[in-house]
Design a binder for this molecule. Structure first.
Ligand code: TYM
Length: 334
């Protein structure tokens, strides 16, 4: 809670090409929550440099992501849509919170273990303290709710622990945030190996639907999706490929898994896969067109970037000043 308003914070990395998993696990829920809260949607470019990036490419991807938020339906007049690197308080609070986070806690983070295995030649300190920057993002705005996919739950738990630890020492400084996990789509699996999550870093391009994929590509990838020999559209753990496709279709159409089963009772997998592909393309294609318009409208997007960063800075400073005072930094002389 900040200034008497219920707050929502969430963000995405501007790394790689976003997937349908990012859209259904996060962005889609952001849209449904944005009327109930004062919302901040951040492009977390500072998190991205924990893995080596090409600077020009990172800048481009960050702008693509920011425009995607808007194209997907988040209103930049009502919500604060901004770059993490434009609000220096994120990094400043992260430093302070680093001093209230234990090495053991960070060593347990599965994302750190996965990423260090993947980038064995660059296990940098930023990769290790990545979750502390994420905690700073959230706590800076006194977020009540943080909509994320299941893979971010461990980081959310750590954020809550850091907030509670800090509050126990200094009084009620931070709102302890709750995760919001959507009813459907919180864990979208790979189309080629339904035991793995759909990930932007998968080397197999057929495993993921990218938010930039055109209609034909989307339909082709769904046609190739791995299924089974049961020949029955059923929402069951015994049929993980079909279950994943039902989840995707449910998330996009708003139908329940039972309704999807009923709709495709007696249909072959070919028809079902085509329907899923068409439904996903129908959802993504208009967003892509809107994003292209925004990217062409430089002045408008620049004005959003400027105005929204100012609003985020204003809110962030409130919490940062309070925290600095609590830990004992000298008062500023005016
Ligand atoms: P990132 O950029 O990896 O993912 C962005 C969001 O997409 C969700 N997601 C998925 N959901 C369902 N199925 C999938 N296959 C799938 N893949 C990704 C993620 O759970 C996430 O919600 N550390 C964060 C970014 C971040 C953040 C924050 C998020 C930084 N600070 C503060 C919330 C609040 C990350 O790397 O997400």
């Amino acid at each position: 809670m900040l200034n008497g308003e219920k707050m929502l914070f969430s963000g995405m990395q501007a790394t790689g090409t976003l997937t349908l998993g990012n859209y259904l696990g996060a962005l889609n829920n952001w849209l449904t929550l944005s009327d109930e809260y004062k919302c901040l949607y951040c492009v977390v470019d500072e998190h991205s440099i924990t893995v080596r990036q090409d600077p020009a490419e990172l800048r481009k991807r960050a702008r693509n992501l920011l425009t995607l938020y808007i194209a997907a339906g988040l209103d930049p007049e009502k919500n604060i849509i901004y770059y993490q690197s434009h609000v220096s308080a994120h990094a400043e609070l992260a430093w302070i919170l680093n001093c209230y986070t234990y090495m053991g806690e960070l060593q347990r983070m599965t994302q750190f273990k996965d990423k260090s295995a993947k980038h064995a030649d660059n296990i940098n300190a930023g990769l290790f303290t990545y979750p502390v920057l994420m905690a700073a993002d959230i706590l800076l705005y006194q977020a009540d709710v943080v909509p994320v996919g299941i893979d971010q739950m461990q980081h959310l738990e750590l954020t809550r622990n850091i907030a509670e630890r800090f509050n126990n020492i200094y009084g009620d400084v931070f709102t302890v945030p709750e995760a919001y996990i959507g009813k459907v789509g919180a864990k979208i699996q790979s189309l080629q190996d339904p035991s793995k999550k759909m990930s932007k870093s998968d080397e197999n391009v057929n495993a993921s639907i990218y938010l930039t994929d055109d209609r034909d590509t989307i339909i082709r990838k769904f046609k190739r999706a791995v299924t089974d020999n049961e020949a029955c559209v059923r929402y069951s753990d015994d049929q993980p490929g079909i279950k994943n496709l039902i989840t995707i279709y449910s998330a996009v159409t708003g139908k329940t898994p039972a309704e999807v089963e009923a709709e495709f009772a007696g249909s072959g997998y070919g028809d079902f896969k085509l329907a899923v592909g068409e439904a996903v393309a129908d959802r993504l294609n208009p967003i892509q067109a809107k994003q292209a318009d925004l990217l062409a409208n430089k002045d408008y997007v620049d004005s959003i970037i400027k105005n929204n960063a100012e609003q985020a800075n204003y809110l962030a400073q409130k919490t940062l000043r309070k925290v600095q005072k609590k830990v004992g930094f000298p008062e500023r002389i005016r």
